[in-house]
Design a protein around this ligand. Structure first.
Ligand code: PLP
Length: 470
């Protein structure tokens, strides 16, 4: 238990030190809310021109509310920043990482906005195909692809299969040969650089399931085998260093290691690799602790690194692609909940904690429980003149770890029936949603220009019972 700056004055010292005491508890903190969010004349939060009170009435809660203009603006901004940063060379391109959030309409936006699409299972590929997403701009990832997944990808003509192991080289070769085709292959290299929790670590070796180890020699061996294979075409090398990354330091080390490998391949195998994919992982602002870089700063920074290292190795600057997911989808969406129980729990002595229960929880946002993520929230159906009070927003599941927002200030008069919005839930929330406790998954609605429409409908009791053959 840590004391906070306002101390006992506020009757609740449960706030972590990083959480600032709000000057105005009704304020929409810039960077936390999607671009069309504002307070309307009644004080309710409005997004895409639709107030959350109207959404709660017409859609119900909980609901994921996706700001279409925000999503698409971010996608296009990454696309343009990558193209611009590598314009002087062989070009730069962006693939949206569909695993962060994917449905057919989002795949169509990504297509219309001129990005590629990353999928990592047959299921994600099926969504892309149903949406009519061009397979040539689709990449298939995965560390354990089935024959069926590889076959489907080759049959529809995906632009690249990102091969993750030596065994998979033989697997893709065998399937491509059987289909009488050539498989376009990128090789995922594990560089020993791993980004997590605002820092990156660079080790000489690897202890994780993804990719072909650089240090163990698997990466070089994979390149050699791919070049020798009759039904594989080596498109390039791939490196993804992690997620929620805020600066380009990790990319510097990873890019150097990959470019050194490109140089060695040219020297020893006489082959020049012309494409690199440096993955995704760009960070977003979940709370005031996070200060993400702009897409332009990230792309320019990485371009500078790649240029310098290619120059030193006397290599041409390759075509470079990126795979942001979170940084496009995350900030576009807020989850809208209705407050139920509000409970003031004595913690001993003067300490207490206010638990605000909402009508969803770990089934629609597992990230707090799974990754210890720190989300923020706001009373969104009205403004309040009450003092701010630290609360913990929890769900309705039978589990004490069912926490949505660990610590945030809400007005002290928050009560049953109020709406609470949790921002930046567009990535890895719906994608990781479950039916734990037989809770139906919430809908995802897109808002734009004063109207809403359903992208994914709310699950029903019929859906929940639909698999039950008893
Ligand atoms: C998860 C993942 C991404 C996307 O990561 P974000 O943090 O959402 O940007 C991109 N590429 C690969 C290979 C991944 O595994």
């Amino acid at each position: 238990m840590r004391a906070h700056e306002a101390g006992a004055l506020h009757g609740n010292d449960a706030a972590p030190t990083w959480l600032p005491y709000p000057a105005d508890v009704n304020h929409l903190i810039p960077g936390l809310w999607s671009q069309t969010c504002r307070r309307d004349a009644d004080g309710a939060v409005e997004v895409g021109g639709v107030s959350v009170t109207r959404l709660a009435e017409e859609v119900g809660t909980p609901a994921f509310v996706l700001d279409e203009d925000d999503f698409r603006a971010r996608a296009r901004r990454f696309r343009d920043a990558a193209a611009e940063a590598f314009r002087a060379h062989a070009g730069g391109e962006v693939y949206y990482a569909g695993k962060s959030f994917l449905c057919t309409e989002v795949a169509r936006w990504v297509d219309e906005d001129g990005l590629g699409l990353d999928v990592c299972t047959g299921g994600e590929l099926a969504v892309a195909l149903r949406a009519g997403f061009p397979p040539a701009r689709t990449a298939l990832h995965g560390n354990n692809k089935s024959d069926a997944e590889i076959r489907r990808a080759l049959e529809v003509g995906v632009g690249r299969i990102v091969v993750d192991s030596l065994g998979e080289i033989d697997q893709v070769e065998r399937i491509a040969a059987a289909l009488g085709t050539t498989a376009p292959v990128m090789l995922r290299i594990t560089t020993g650089v791993e980004a997590h929790t605002h820092e990156f670590i660079a080790t000489a070796h690897e202890d994780q399931k993804f990719g072909l180890s650089l240090s163990a020699g698997d990466a070089f061996e994979a390149i050699r085998r791919t070049l020798e294979a009759t039904h594989l075409e080596l498109v390039g090398l791939h490196s993804h260093i992690g997620s929620q990354i805020f600066d380009v330091g990790g990319f510097e080390v990873a890019a150097r290691r990959v470019i050194d490998l490109v140089a060695r391949v040219r020297e020893e195998l006489g082959h020049t690799i012309t494409q690199l994919d440096l993955g995704g992982g760009f960070g977003v602002m979940y709370n005031t602790q996070h200060t993400p870089s702009t897409p332009e700063a990230l792309m320019d920074g990485i371009a500078g690194i790649v240029e310098k290292q290619c120059h030193e190795a006397e290599l041409p600057v390759p075509h470079v692609s990126f795979e942001p997911g979170r940084a496009i989808a995350g900030p576009s969406t807020q989850t809208l909940y209705t407050v139920g129980t509000v409970k003031d729990v004595r913690l001993g002595g003067p300490h207490h904690r206010v638990y605000v229960s909402v009508d969803g929880g770990m089934s629609d946002n597992i990230r707090t429980a799974l990754y210890d993520a720190d989300y923020s929230c706001l009373l969104s159906n009205r403004v309040s003149g009450e003092r701010p009070e630290v609360v913990r927003v929890v769900g309705k599941h039978c589990e004490s770890g069912d926490i949505v927002v660990k610590d945030e200030y809400l007005p002290a008069d928050v009560e049953a029936g109020d709406l609470v919005s949790v921002p930046v839930t567009g990535a890895y929330c719906y994608a990781l949603a479950s039916n734990y406790n037989h809770v139906p998954r919430p809908p995802v609605v897109a808002v734009k220009d004063g109207a809403w429409r359903t992208l994914l409908r709310r699950e029903t009791e019929e859906d929940l019972l639909g698999l039950d053959q008893g």
